[in-house]
Design a protein around this ligand. Structure first.
Ligand SMILES: Cc1ncc(COP(=O)(O)O)c(C=O)c1O
Length: 301
């Protein structure tokens, strides 16, 4: 199995649970935009085939966890098609954005995708947990997972999808209900409007970061996640890390915003994610904080 070095740890967990063994998960390097490099994927597949291995699955990410990088679906799907490999797409975070026409570029070659997951609990206002799983040919799941003892043969079998046959779990919660309520409450247009606004705010924040010498943008802003750090241009990598750790602590201690962090290409990075219904530039006047350690102003909207 293959995934980018930026793929979420759940991929490795899945590989272990599926019994392939994590030594059979091959991590492919990502480029400067944190996207999987297709030529390296092809190279790895060919090498493995020469050694007698059978490549079975590629996991492409649309919105990686650390930086929201986008793996290029078109060339990846083409490689998978040529080698008969199952292509799974992990769009846990980024998948919500494709409700916007202008974000559907990432779905070019979706026909070549075998399975696709996104998490409405991440960016579509659904309470935790709700993951939407799309599969091109459900019969493949049914053939793998179906077990029908006499006591699991209801009369309605022929008229319904028995989701117990699509996965491991038999009984399950009605998670789709809360998704339905959100769709009914906001409408598709309401949700599109919200995501569009988050993207606009992220673009604004990106411009602020780019406009300040003391800050550095650490990754392309593909969605509403902005990766940045403080960089005074004269501190050592260790000092920069310490400085940014302190800044993160100070920001979060205000209780007004909550930022997270990640390491991107070995550099400690701050992450601002905009994903809440009530986050708005019009919420009130900007609050300005002077952080004593770093002696910089942070504006919190
Ligand atoms: C790209 C990606 N995949 C998978 C996951 C796992 O999501 P969850 O644990 O919410 O199902 C995450 C969580 O951050 C993620 O960012």
């Amino acid at each position: 199995m293959y995934a980018s070095e930026e793929a979420h740890s759940s991929i490795e967990k899945g590989v272990k649970i599926a019994g392939y063994g994590k030594e059979n998960l091959c991590y492919i390097s990502a480029d400067e935009n944190f996207a999987l490099i297709p030529s390296l994927l092809e190279e790895a597949v060919n090498k493995d085939k020469e050694k007698g291995f059978k490549p079975v699955c590629v996991v492409a990410s649309l919105g990686t966890t650390s930086s929201a990088g986008i793996d290029p679906l078109e060339p990846i799907a083409e490689i998978c098609r040529r080698h008969g490999i199952w292509l799974h797409v992990d769009a846990a975070y980024g998948g919500s954005a494709v409700i916007l026409e202008e974000k559907r570029d990432m779905l070019r070659e979706i026909e070549g995708v075998d399975s696709f997951v996104f998490n409405p609990h991440k960016w579509l206002l659904i309470n935790f947990d709700c993951s939407a799983y799309f599969v091109k040919d459900p019969q493949l799941l049914v053939r793998t997972m179906e077990m029908t003892p006499e006591y699991l043969k209801p009369a309605s079998d022929a008229q319904v999808n028995n989701y117990r046959d699509w996965g491991i779990q038999l009984g399950r919660r009605f998670r789709a209900l809360k998704l339905w309520f959100v769709l009914r409450s906001y409408g598709v247009e309401g949700l599109q409007e919200m995501i569009r606004e988050h993207l606009r705010l992220a673009g604004l924040f990106r411009k602020w970061v780019e406009g300040e010498d003391i800050f550095e943008l650490m990754a392309p802003v593909n969605f509403s996640l902005i990766c940045f750090r403080l960089n005074d241009g004269k501190s050592s990598p260790e000092e920069l890390e310490e400085m940014n750790r302190e800044l993160l602590e100070e920001i979060n201690a205000t209780g007004r915003v909550f930022l997270t962090h990640a390491t991107l290409k070995g550099k400690y990075t701050l992450r601002m994610s905009i994903g809440q219904r009530t986050t708005s530039i019009n919420d009130g006047p900007c609050h300005c904080f002077l952080f004593p350690v770093t002696q910089i102003h942070i504006f919190v909207i």
